[in-house]
Design a protein around this ligand. Structure first.
Ligand SMILES: Nc1ncnc2c1ncn2[C@@H]1O[C@H](COP(=O)(O)OP(=O)(O)OP(=O)(O)O)[C@@H](O)[C@H]1O
Ligand SMILES: [Mg+2]
Length: 281
């Protein structure tokens, strides 16, 4: 994709909560291009959610700069523009439901944007189709599973036609199949051009992202493709994180004398590598 105005441009970005004497986000320099799929990893309290909220102008910087698709949230109007271009999906599906019927829930964000009712109807139907929930348009959200509720929350964001979506641990309350489905949905949205910021504690998810940003004490400490980040096992573990299981397995097999690649991230890659080794014997 041609590089235009970056989705996110941050320079020495800082944020401090009112009742705190340290920065929750400190000195962050970052450029994220439109169309990227970026994982954000970091131990509890390292500033991931605060950073996500700075990306969509839910929070405004204490100092430093941020611009989102070229807009700095300096005036109310600019902050509103940023919020329109960057949607956010949170962790708990229950806390994101606002209406008693699915289609009303999906329409809520668009209504707040003042979009015409006929246009909202079209957008809601399209968004429900995108998340595979069309047949639940008239259902009551509280009757849905956690994964289905998360799809509805995503539909509500998608209906606002954002250019970027921040997912803040949006799979952490789901079972493995629900997690895979929501991650696949984010991948689909990304393939359609939406920039995705994927905050997670699941290394297997981060391994599938194009780029991994690691935060610690409010600062970005690593910013590289997953294969590079997860090669630094000791450093990653020192930050309270883990590397994907396949990296550990490859390391163990290597120590046992098997001539295996050490940069394997996923089970699919491990399968290919093991078949390659088998064909050599
Ligand atoms: N409302 C608040 N008031 C004061 N301090 C806060 C508030 N919310 C977060 N913090 C502090 O800001 C820092 C960053 O928090 P943040 O929620 O961004 O971390 P996180 O990386 O998202 O953590 P987690 O993995 O637990 O979600 C932490 O030190 C946290 O204690
Ligand atoms: Mg958080």
């Amino acid at each position: 994709m041609a590089e235009g105005v970056p989705a996110i441009y941050a320079e020495n970005l800082c944020y401090r909560y009112e009742n705190s004497n340290t920065d929750a986000v400190h000195g962050v320099n970052l450029k994220i291009n439109e169309g990227e799929f970026v994982a954000v990893l970091g131990r509890n309290g390292s500033g991931k959610s605060t950073l996500g909220k700075l990306f969509n102008a839910l929070f405004l910087p204490a100092s430093g700069e941020i611009s989102v698709f070229g807009v700095s949230p300096e005036t109310d109007e600019d902050a509103y523009t940023v919020r329109k271009s960057c949607g956010m999906v949170f962790q708990d599906p229950d806390n994101q439901m606002v209406a008693t019927i699915v289609e009303e829930d999906v329409a809520f964000g668009c209504e707040n944007l003042g979009i015409a009712p006929e246009e909202i109807q079209i957008r809601v139907a399209d968004a429900l189709k995108t998340v595979g929930m069309s047949e639940y348009a008239s259902a009551a959200p509280h009757m849905l599973s956690g994964g289905q509720k998360q799809r509805i929350a995503i539909a509500g964001v998608v209906a606002m036609h954002p250019r970027m979506i921040v997912f803040d641990e949006s799979t952490s309350m789901l079972d493995p199949s629900g997690r895979r489905e929501i991650f696949a949905l984010a991948q689909k949205l990304n393939s359609e051009g939406v920039t995705v910021i994927w905050i997670t504690h699941f290394m297997e998810e981060a391994a599938q992202c194009g780029r991994v940003i690691v935060t610690d004490k409010g600062s970005v400490v690593f910013d590289a493709p997953p294969r590079s980040v997860f090669q630094m096992r000791e450093k990653i573990e020192a930050l309270g994180l883990e590397v994907p299981d396949m990296i550990k397995l490859a390391e163990n097999l290597g120590s046992a004398g098997i001539d295996i690649r050490r940069d394997i991230l996923t089970t699919d890659e491990m399968e290919v590598e093991l078949c390659r080794l088998k064909s050599k014997t």
